[in-house]
Ligand binder design. Structure first.
Ligand SMILES: [Zn+2]
Length: 86
């Protein structure tokens, strides 16, 4: 997992220490700073907020073989252009 934010104390790279699930949609995560001069430890909460899109078929499970047809942009008819040199 890529951590997209730095240590809140020194802006160095942080690493995951541990995590635990608090509820179906909330996870508590502990991190530590990789900077030896800092080494702060802190926790965050990761939670589900809202859907950006919804599933096509809510009966589809995570392991189902999903075949989604992606709409293609309409194709423009090819036009021929000619330039007349005089
Ligand atoms: Zn730090």
């Amino acid at each position: 997992m890529i951590i997209m934010y730095p240590c809140p104390m020194c802006n160095s790279l942080i690493k995951t220490r541990s995590s635990r699930t608090l509820s179906e949609y909330v996870k508590e995560k502990y991190y530590y700073c990789s900077n030896p001069a800092c080494l702060c430890v802190f926790k965050t909460y990761e939670c589900f907020e809202h859907f950006i899109t919804t599933t096509i078929d809510p009966t589809i499970t995570a392991n189902a073989d999903i075949q989604v047809s992606v709409p293609q942009p309409p194709t423009q008819p090819k036009r021929r252009y000619s330039m007349r040199l005089e």
